[in-house]
Design a binder for this molecule. Structure first.
Ligand code: AMP
Ligand code: MG
Length: 352
C-alpha cells in the first residue's frame, strides 16, 4: 500500500482541517494512521474494531498478547470503556489529564479482547498534544495506539522515524513535528490499591505520590526480570528500544566514568571497531577524537528524555557496533530515562 505523509501545523491543526478529515475517514473505514502525541508517535486504529486492532499488531510485528493503549480526546469517552474509576484514579485524572499518563481500569465488553491483548483490563490515555486531540476527536471513536515503531525498535519521536519503520505498511502518517517528552507515557494500574507503577514516564512517581500517597512499583520497572517472572504490563517483558549496536552503560563518579569510557573507546577503535559514545554537554569534550553523540544537558533531564530515542536510532544510522553511555541518576524523570536505557543495553551496566 502507499502510505500518505501529510504535515499538520503542530500549534494550530485546525488550519489543516482537510488533512485531519482525511485521516479520520481512514480510521472510520478500518485503516491505520500514525499521529504525533506529546510522548511518542502512535499508530492509531479504531479501538472498538477488533479487525483494526489486529492490523496494528501486523503492521508493527507486535505479539498480540501485548495490549494497546486506548486514546481519548474528551473525559466523557472514558466511562463507556471502563468498569469503575477509583477515587485515586479520579485524582490522577484531575491532576494529569490531558497528559503523558496512562491508567489501567477494568474494561467493559465494548473493548474487544484484540485491543486489550486478551486481558480483562484496558489502558486509557487522554493526550495533550493538539494534533492528537484534533485527530482523535475528528475520528469520533477512541483510538487504540501503540508506539508507531516496528516492534523491538526505539519508539519514534519524529514523523521521519515512523516513515522509516512503517512506510508501505499503514495508510497515513500525520507529521506534527517532534514529540515534546520523547519517552512513552507513565503507566499506572488503578485496579489495585495502592495503585502500581508499571512503566515510568514524564509523570513521575514523586508527582503522583504527593497526590495519592503510597504507590507500589512493578519489579520490571527497575530491574531485569528473572526466568519465569512476569511483568504486570505485558509489553515490559520484551527487549525494547534496541539498536543493532551492543550498548554498555557506565555508572560511577563522572570523572571515573569519562576515564573508563575513553579507555574502552580507544581500545575498541584500535581493534578496528566502530565505537560510539553517548555523552552530555557536560562531558562531550572528554571524548575528543571519538564518535560522540550529545544526548542533552545533565542539569535538564527533560532534554535527555526528549533526545534518547533519536540517539538510539542514530547509533544504527551511523553503523556503530559498540556504544558506551554514561549513567543518569534514577530519581524522578531519571527513572524513566534509565528504564529505557537499561532495556536498550540489555541491562549491561558496568559499575565503577
Ligand atoms: P506502547 O503503546 O507501545 O507504548 O505499549 C503499551 C504498553 O502498555 C505495553 O507495555 C503494554 O503491555 C501496556 N499495557 C496496555 N494495556 C495494558 C493493560 N490492560 N494492563 C497492563 N499493561 C497494559
Ligand atoms: Mg511501544
Amino acid at each position: 500500500m502507499d502510505t500518505l505523509l501529510a504535515k499538520v501545523d503542530a500549534e494550530n491543526p485546525s488550519i489543516n482541517k482537510e488533512i485531519i478529515a482525511k485521516a479520520a475517514d481512514i480510521i472510520k473505514n478500518g485503516g491505520l494512521v500514525a499521529f504525533p502525541t506529546e510522548t511518542v508517535y502512535g499508530l492509531g486504529g479504531n479501538a472498538l474494531d477488533a479487525q483494526a486492532a489486529m492490523k496494528i499488531y501486523a503492521a508493527k510485528g507486535r505479539p498480540s498478547d501485548n495490549p494497546l493503549i486506548v486514546h481519548i480526546s474528551d473525559i466523557s469517552q472514558l466511562y463507556p470503556l471502563v468498569d469503575g474509576v477509583s477515587e485515586k484514579a479520579e485524582a490522577l485524572i484531575n491532576a494529569f489529564w490531558p497528559g503523558p499518563l496512562t491508567l489501567i481500569f477494568k474494561k467493559k465488553d465494548i473493548v474487544p479482547p484484540e485491543t486489550s491483548g486478551g486481558l480483562d483490563t484496558v489502558a486509557v490515555r487522554y493526550p495533550e498534544n493538539k494534533v492528537a486531540k484534533a485527530f482523535i476527536s475528528a475520528c469520533g471513536v477512541p483510538i487504540a495506539a501503540p508506539s508507531a515503531n516496528t516492534s523491538g525498535k526505539p519508539s519514534p519521536t519524529r514523523a521521519s522515524h515512523v516513515a522509516y519503520d512503517m512506510d508501505g505498511r499503514i495508510d497515513m502518517i500525520i507529521d506534527g513535528g517532534s514529540c515534546e517528552f520523547g519517552l512513552e507515557s507513565t503507566i499506572v494500574d488503578t485496579t489495585c490499591d495502592p495503585p502500581c507503577l508499571l512503566r515510568p514516564g514524564a509523570v513521575t512517581l514523586g508527582m503522583m505520590k504527593e497526590l495519592i500517597g503510597d504507590m507500589t512499583v512493578d519489579k520490571a520497572v527497575v530491574s531485569a526480570l528473572k526466568e519465569g517472572e512476569k511483568p504486570k504490563a505485558p509489553g515490559m517483558k520484551y527487549t525494547h528500544y534496541s539498536p543493532k549496536a551492543d550498548i554498555t552503560i557506565v555508572k560511577g563518579d563522572l570523572d571515573k566514568v569519562e576515564k573508563y569510557i575513553l579507555e574502552q573507546a580507544d581500545k575498541g577503535k584500535a581493534e578496528g571497531h566502530k565505537v560510539g559514545i553517548i555523552a552530555t554537554v557536560q562531558t562531550e569534550d572528554s571524548y575528543k577524537g571519538h564518535n560522540v553523540l550529545v544526548i542533552g544537558d545533565r542539569e535538564h533531564p527533560e532534554t535527555i528524555a526528549a533526545n534518547l530515542f533519536k540517539m538510539l536510532r542514530k547509533c544504527d544510522f551511523l553503523g556503530f557496533e559498540k556504544v558506551y553511555v554514561e549513567y543518569f541518576d534514577e530519581d524522578e524523570l531519571g527513572m524513566a530515562i534509565m528504564n529505557r536505557l537499561k532495556k536498550a543495553a540489555g541491562y549491561d551496566v558496568v559499575v565503577l
